[in-house]
Design a protein around this ligand. Sequence first.
Ligand SMILES: Cc1cc2nc3c(=O)[nH]c(=O)nc-3n(C[C@H](O)[C@H](O)[C@H](O)COP(=O)(O)OP(=O)(O)OC[C@H]3O[C@@H](n4cnc5c(N)ncnc54)[C@H](O)[C@@H]3O)c2cc1C
Length: 342
Amino acid sequence: MQIQHNISLLPHNTFGIDVTANIIASYNSEEDLANAVKTCFHALAKPLLHIGEGSNLLFTKDFPGTVLLSKIVYVEKLSQSGRQVIVRAGSGMNMDDFIAHAISKGWYGLENLSKIPGQVGASAVQNIGAYGVEVGNCIHAVNCISLSDGSNKTFTHDECEFSYRHSIFKSREYKGKYAITSVDYCLNMDFNPNLDYAGIRQQISSAGIDAQHISAKELREIIIQIRDSKLPDPKVLGNAGSFFMNPIVDRLTFERLTTTYPNIPKYELSDNLVKIPAAWLIEQSGWKGRSHGRAAVHHIQPLVLVNTGGATGNEICELSDMVRDSVFAKFGISIKPEVNFI
Ligand SMILES: Cc1cc2nc3c(=O)[nH]c(=O)nc-3n(C[C@H](O)[C@H](O)[C@H](O)COP(=O)(O)OP(=O)(O)OC[C@H]3O[C@@H](n4cnc5c(N)ncnc54)[C@H](O)[C@@H]3O)c2cc1C
């Protein structure tokens, strides 16, 4: 295990917040981590915080404890049954590199998640999703090391309790208790594209591709084009993607809202539940493109809060509170941050 003291977290978070960690500890293998937990963890500054690429984190102050980083990067096919494969990827691997690799091998199911920043380990924590696909549907198991005693533990798909941007690893009981060292994905050897989500078919047709015969590689390129046209690049403008989750309301609440706002957009979830795009609520509340100090609501995608240069985590927190208050005052709906505040 490699230990570094008093290290800036600037290269470790996509918001571009300049804070320092007391210690950064990186491990190269499961054995390396398990051994360190059993022998030297007691001497490390606490609390422990495992991060990936920091693309869903907002640091609000210097971190007094130890930041853990996985450097485990590999892909291994574990088994094949009929036209399905189980493939294991190391938790420190960049998720998009894994998706590109999977497509090159003819393992399908993750194309719509192309170019979401972050690592394989965090994909399971966050249950990342985009364009009608959630990674949890393709996760077979999540392999971990306990941070209290160094033992191995595998969570099956059902034990992960995946739901919208949520998993057991975010729950009060399990948060921060385990380091994910690898994730097993169940992928398909037949390509069944999922094209029925916001703008995919339109982009396919503008690219002159026949949707009936699109390849996985072409779909990946289409998804990347759509994302590039809508989302700010964190290398240019610090951000953590969607800052807020889309609120889910019951049908009665939704119908009450439609009497005042007949054009309110929605995604039907069930007979009684409706998801409302938080971006629309924020835009209607007048926040699109507005700033607070060095933090701002993005001028194209209002779901994204950005660091316009040198913002502190607290400035972004204050902006987040102002946006939430406005949305609540106008619609009576509470929007919750997707980003992890540290
Ligand atoms: C421009 C942009 C676009 C985005 N678009 C999307 C999108 O379309 N859909 C979507 O779902 N998300 C999106 N995100 C959010 C982000 O990419 C995901 O949440 C991603 O999974 C975070 O990965 P990470 O490696 O950066 O994790 P981090 O942000 O570093 O950590 C996220 C959480 O996972 C935990 N964690 C990380 N690694 C481990 C590990 N090995 N073991 C245990 N716990 C761990 C951390 O403690 C933290 O709680 C976007 C972000 C950006 C910047």
